[in-house]
Design a binder for this molecule. Structure first.
Ligand code: NIG
Ligand code: FE
Length: 408
């Protein structure tokens, strides 16, 4: 067993639920880890008094802040190609629509398994370098019986949190956007049958979650219900994309009724939706990179938090609506544009993300938690929002092992 003492931490964010403040802050702190778990947390002075804990290594954090690794509960990382041209057109006034997904489907279907693995590993490392130590990612850019399970299998190589999203959009060959140029082989109902049948059966062994994009240009509430219920029968846990492009109270109600761990986007919510969400255990995962990259109005996080809804923040990293992998950037946006305090935004990007993934072992630095830590190149977590766009991740540990560092 290797025991490491992290000391001289100027400010430690623990997210300890027993603490008086929401972030469980400790000034001049220390942490002890035994291999991959946290075994002691307290003040640096107390760590010295308690006699060194038989320490094998000491990490001096030089007075800098340490936070739990970010938990990104929503990303779409298995894809090929990019949509820079579409982004550029949007910045010149074109609207975002779900239809753009099909150009990524074309590029992804033409990529080999090896190419997809390389792209995914590169992206997973990009997340890690920026302090994201746990992330969820989805299939959804193959939309066929061979490709969707392959995407789930590849994703399982980089994370435990894999989501089967065969219900991302209706592909052209089943009458979806672009069907004019495609050889149509069935109806949208046939496609939903396929998602609930052969595609699900082959994908489920590699996945933990089932998801549907339930919005304008994607799937209806009735279709979403079929897919989520089929996924649940196959042992997957439900989550949902809803109310990104327009209000959709029926989708919110469905997500709550089925006990979705999280409903994601929720850009357009009615007062009744907020009341319903507040009375449920479903987390709302907000994705401010989407509003940024599609020039859309931001959701009002203040209204959700004030109503008692549990809010997570994630990147939604994907080539269409939000091609950022930076949780720190999303924290800045949440603070600047969505009415959150920096403390709330950081909680949502760590502990909130863990709740959205039904995880109790990550998102916090308390005894028993995984030793997933980020040392910031700053004395306080507030710098995450105060210094937008600045790479503040100095060293990152996952399961007690350094996995990224910007110093020698
Ligand atoms: O979460 N909303 C659905 N899916 C993605 C967008 C995917 C894309 O445009 O390629 C999202 O925003
Ligand atoms: Fe998404």
């Amino acid at each position: 067993m290797t025991r490491t003492l992290f000391t001289n931490i100027g400010q430690l964010v623990t997210n300890d639920e027993q603490a008086r403040d929401p972030l469980g802050l400790i000034a001049d702190a220390a942490i002890v880890i035994d291999n991959e778990r946290v075994t002691w947390v307290g003040s640096a002075a107390a760590a010295e008094v308690s006699g060194g804990h038989d320490i094998d290594h000491v990490v001096d954090c030089g007075g800098r802040a340490v936070i739990p690794g970010f938990v990104d509960a929503h990303s779409h990382l298995v894809f090929a190609g990019d949509r820079a041209t579409e982004f550029e057109a949007r910045m010149s006034g074109a609207p975002y629509s779900a239809g753009g997904i099909r150009s990524t489907v074309r590029a992804t279907r033409s990529a080999s398994e090896g190419q997809l693995v390389d792209l995914l590993e590169h992206r997973a490392h990009e997340l890690l370098r920026q302090g994201t130590t746990t992330f969820e990612t989805k299939s959804g850019y193959h939309l066929d019986v061979a490709g969707e399970p392959l995407a789930c299998k590849i994703a399982r190589g980089v994370t435990d949190e894999v989501t089967f999203l065969g219900a991302h959009v209706i592909p052209a060959e089943y009458g979806g956007r672009g069907h004019e140029e495609a050889r149509v082989i069935g109806t949208r109902e046939d496609y939903v049958d396929l998602v609930c049948g052969a595609m699900l059966e082959a994908s489920a062994p590699h996945a933990r979650w089932i998801d549907v994009f339930c919005d304008e240009g994607a799937f209806t509430v009735a279709e979403a219900q079929r897919v989520l219920e089929a996924g649940m029968r196959a042992g997957l846990v439900p989550r949902l994309h809803a109310a990104q492009l327009a209000p959709n109270s029926a989708a919110i109600a469905l997500g709550v009724q089925l006990g979705c761990a999280s409903i994601d986007h929720c850009t357009y919510l009615t007062d009744d939706d907020v009341t319903l969400l507040a009375s449920s255990s479903t987390v709302v995962t907000l994705l401010p990179g989407v509003e940024f990259s599609t020039r859309s109005p931001y959701p009002d996080a203040r209204r959700l938090i004030d109503a008692g809804v549990t809010v997570a923040i994630s990147t939604d990293c994907n080539p269409g609506s939000s091609y950022t992998s930076s949780m720190a950037f999303c924290v800045s946006l949440a603070v600047r544009e969505m009415g959150m305090t920096t403390a709330e935004a950081l909680w949502s990007a760590t502990a909130g993300g863990a709740r959205a993934l039904l995880r109790t072992d990550v998102g916090r630095l308390v005894v028993g938690a995984r030793a997933d830590l980020v040392e910031l190149d700053a004395p306080s977590y507030v710098h995450l929002a105060y210094r937008p766009g600045v790479p503040l991740t100095r060293r990152v540990w996952k399961n007690g092992v350094v996995v990224a560092q910007t110093i020698g």
